[in-house]
Design a protein around this ligand. Structure first.
Ligand SMILES: [Zn+2]
Ligand SMILES: [Zn+2]
Length: 391
């Protein structure tokens, strides 16, 4: 009960922090104000801090006894969305909004740092509080490049997301793949320009592109096991001028390949490339194809997941409220941390139709049920304590 008592006293502070971050959102790698608030808060509770990855902050809490090191992560970036919630703490910055809930993540983890700093005397080991910039565009990668997993070496990692697709009052955690790997492709189909009246003298890249867009759907529908989730998606297509008579000489296509199963990432790329290659050559066209990793697969460790599940049961005290259903084809760069060490990622329900909180992430009316913020704080605290106690 001691932990619940500590959290109880912090509820107004956690909510105030969230509203402050919400009112002052900042885009990825521009989280200057947020970073300064985080640094000020951590310093005020005696946690030493380090700058990392442009606008990131890492705090390190040393327990009174030696032990393992767990990394707890929150992301801090907002989105280029114009808020339309009408809340009293609505964004002050036109065109920038915390429409994904990262304001809540930062507030929850600061609350957890405060509770854990009070419990220092019973902590065996260390807790690394990672306030990460630019989650929406793979900021975790830069944190790792700059050594967030070292000094001291991290043994396990935990993160969570306030989640609009599940009801308030629930926490969702399951083992295995939960968020998709996404690989972004850019494909330029190179034909030969000419006059629309002499099709035979040109190589029409628009015609070839249409064949490619159709043909590569076979990757998902005919080549990958239907029980392994995969998506081949085009999101951009550009060619030609404004003319009705000129055949352009090239067309550019963009999109993403997504998989939600182990060992699928290279495989889907290879299959996509093979079909692009043959289809282009069948029509005498050439092509340039490049890939960029958006996110790797986020797959939860079995043992660590059961530890988080036990922690969630203590937080909610109702087994029916701890679920294991969320899997999504969206990506999350927390995968970078747990591709190196065991760990898990949980979802905290914030959907509340009774209060009109029903909009999806990245929507101008996105909002969260704030009553779950202290639950998220408690989940960070209990997961860290449980992991370190097990050494
Ligand atoms: Zn997002
Ligand atoms: Zn997010």
């Amino acid at each position: 009960m001691e932990i619940k008592r500590h959290i109880e006293t912090l509820i107004p502070e956690i909510i105030a922090l969230r509203r402050d971050f919400h009112q002052h959102p900042e885009l990825g790698f521009q989280e200057f104000r947020t970073r300064d608030q985080v640094k000020h808060f951590l310093t005020s509770i005696g946690i030493p801090i380090k700058d990392m990855a442009k606008t990131g902050v890492v705090g390190l809490l040393e327990g009174d006894e030696p032990g393992r090191t767990i990394l707890l992560r929150a992301d801090m970036d907002a989105l280029p969305v114009t808020e339309d919630t009408g809340l009293a703490w609505q964004s002050e910055k036109k065109g920038v909004m915390h429409a994904c809930g990262h304001d809540g993540h930062t507030a929850m983890l600061l609350g957890a740092a405060k509770v854990l700093s009070r419990l220092r005397s019973r902590i065996r080991g260390r807790i690394k509080f990672v306030f990460q910039p630019n989650e929406e565009d793979a900021g975790a990668w830069l944190m790792i490049q700059e050594g967030v997993m070292e000094n001291p070496t991290v043994d396990a990692a935990f993160g969570c997301h306030l989640w609009s697709q599940i009801d308030t009052g629930t926490i969702d955690i399951r083992p295995g793949p939960v968020m998709a790997a996404s690989h972004y492709f850019s494909l330029t189909i190179k034909g030969k320009g000419g006059h629309a009246g002499f099709a035979h003298e040109s190589i029409d890249p628009i015609f070839v592109s249409s064949a490619v867009i159709q043909a590569v759907q076979a990757v998902q529908s005919r080549e990958i096991n239907a029980l392994d989730p995969a998506v081949v998606m085009f999101t951009s297509a550009h060619a030609g001028s404004n003319s009705h008579t000129i055949v352009p000489d090239q067309m550019t296509l963009k999109g993403s390949l997504r998989v939600l199963y182990e060992r699928g990432e290279q495989d889907i790329r290879n299959r996509f490339k093979r079909i692009v290659d043959h289809t282009c050559h069948a029509h005498r066209a050439d092509y340039d194809l490049t890939f960029k990793v958006g996110n790797h697969l986020l797959s939860n460790d079995d043992i660590f997941t059961s530890l988080v599940k036990s922690a969630a049961l203590e937080v909610l005290a109702d087994p029916n409220r701890v679920t294991g259903s969320v899997r999504t084809m969206a990506g999350e760069d927390f995968s970078e941390y747990i591709s190196q060490v065991p760990g898990a990622f949980a979802f905290i329900g914030i959907r509340n139709p009774a209060n009109g909180i029903v909009y999806p992430h990245h929507h101008p009316k996105f909002d969260i049920d704030e009553t779950m913020l202290p639950k998220g704080t408690e989940l960070y605290v209990r997961t860290a304590l449980a992991y370190l106690a097990k050494a």
